[in-house]
Design a protein around this ligand. Structure first.
Ligand SMILES: [Zn+2]
Length: 294
């Protein structure tokens, strides 16, 4: 629980969260560039201009500011810098500020879970931008996320264990950390299985491939971090987010192929930020499951 802050301090904290998000976004840009090209994240340590290959000076690598000061051109060769750079930095900054405002200040979620939410948001942003360009989501993102989700659930059982609407159970074995791990596994399997079942159903009924395996991995990752309910809310929200973009795409541009991870990412972000109220809608379903299982 964060202490109650005066409005001025709240504003300072939000500005700080935005700035931190921009810095993380700058790192995500490196991930977005290097992962789909089979390059390593850590080496070379310094980024180079994709056009002239010269090392980017530290003062030309300041999130958002450098892009504006350089008037979106490389200082050495004058090649234009992609809009993706400031957009990812600014977006990550906004998402971090939103997380701190809604979850930290309004709901009172602890700093540990806030860090986890920021991590998941970062993975989703990187995965979405890569998917939008390449129509793939690298295993480095989803498997790293899945394993981190399991580890985080052992360290922070409050992600799953408790009486809140988004939590899986109050007590199962009596050992909170073990309960967290079990709930995380249920979330990972449940999230992944949900996509597989609906895809199978779609294949039988509509006789066509509805989703790729990347969606299965993203849903398993979300379930591992936040439990089956947040994963399920994400799954049912994402088509609505997707349709808002897909219908104009189909009608105006006659474009039938669209990346799906960005919409799942937006839905996941909403499910995460508003998990208490959204997961409450699953109560009737949860009641039914408990009647059958126990
Ligand atoms: Zn250059």
């Amino acid at each position: 629980m964060l202490p109650a802050l005066s409005p001025l301090l709240q504003l300072l904290v939000l500005v700080w969260a935005f700035a931190l998000g921009c810095v993380v976004g700058s790192f995500l840009n490196v991930v977005i560039w290097r992962l789909p090209r089979g390059l390593t994240i850590g080496r070379p340590a310094r980024s180079v201009c994709p056009n002239c290959k010269r090392v980017i000076r530290w003062y030309d690598n300041i999130p958002l500011l450098s892009f504006a000061l350089l008037r979106r051109r490389c200082r050495d060769c004058g090649a234009p810098i992609a809009w993706r750079y400031p957009l990812v930095e600014g977006l990550t900054g906004l998402v971090f500020a939103l997380l701190v405002y809604r979850q930290g200040m309004q709901v009172g979620t602890g700093p540990g879970q806030l860090v986890i939410m920021a991590l998941v948001a970062s993975l989703l942003i990187a995965g979405s931008v890569i998917d939008a360009e390449w129509f793939i989501i690298p295993d480095e993102i989803t498997l790293f996320g899945l394993l981190s989700g399991l580890a985080a659930s052992v360290a922070l059982p409050g992600l799953h264990v408790g009486a809140a609407s988004y939590q899986t159970f109050q007590s199962l074995t009596g050992l909170r950390h073990l309960d967290g791990l079990i709930a995380s596994l249920i979330g990972a399997v449940g999230g992944g299985l949900l996509v597989i079942l609906v895809a199978e159903f779609g294949r039988l009924v509509f006789r066509r491939e509805a989703m790729g395996f990347g969606d299965v991995k993203v849903m398993a990752m979300l379930g591992a971090f936040f439990g089956w309910k947040v994963a399920m809310v994400t799954f049912f929200l994402s088509p609505f987010v997707g349709l808002a973009y897909g219908i104009p795409l189909l009608v105006i541009w006659d474009e039938h192929v669209m990346p799906y991870i960005p919409f799942m990412g937006i839905a996941a972000l909403l499910a995460m930020v508003f998990r208490s109220s959204l997961c409450a809608y699953l109560e009737p379903l949860e009641y039914l499951v408990r009647q059958v299982v126990f």
